[in-house]
Design a protein. Structure first.
Length: 115
């Protein structure tokens, strides 16, 4: 019986140390700054200007011929960007646009776009 009490008390002490370790503001975290997961780290945005060459409402893409984008080290090119229905509203082939986009996993998504 005494052994059971000692085992239970030991387990409670160990659990309390674990709970306390989660909230240690003075704990040194040197070298841990870059340990974020992809889900918590968002890709940076870039700005560009261009001309709409095609709109594919079924695939939710707008193809834009744009100039160089130094922020992502892109040369001038024509490519498709993912867009929402709201962003596509009012756009037409031939429109000159300025847009902000994000590149993640090899695809580019429009954050905002205006004529």
């Amino acid at each position: 019986m005494k052994l059971t009490h000692i085992a239970v008390a030991g387990a409670l002490v160990a659990l309390s140390f674990l709970a306390r370790a989660e909230d240690m503001p003075g704990m040194k975290m040197d070298g841990m700054e870059g340990m974020q997961t992809k889900e918590t780290k968002q890709a940076p945005v870039a700005n560009a200007n261009g001309t709409i060459k095609a709109i594919d409402a079924a695939r939710h893409t707008v193809t834009i011929s744009h100039g160089a984008v130094p922020a992502v080290q892109w040369p001038p090119m024509t490519m498709a960007f993912s867009v929402t229905d709201d962003q596509m509203a009012g756009l037409s082939v031939g429109d000159r646009v300025s847009f902000v986009f994000r590149v993640e996993g090899g695809s580019a998504t429009i954050v905002s776009i205006k004529k």
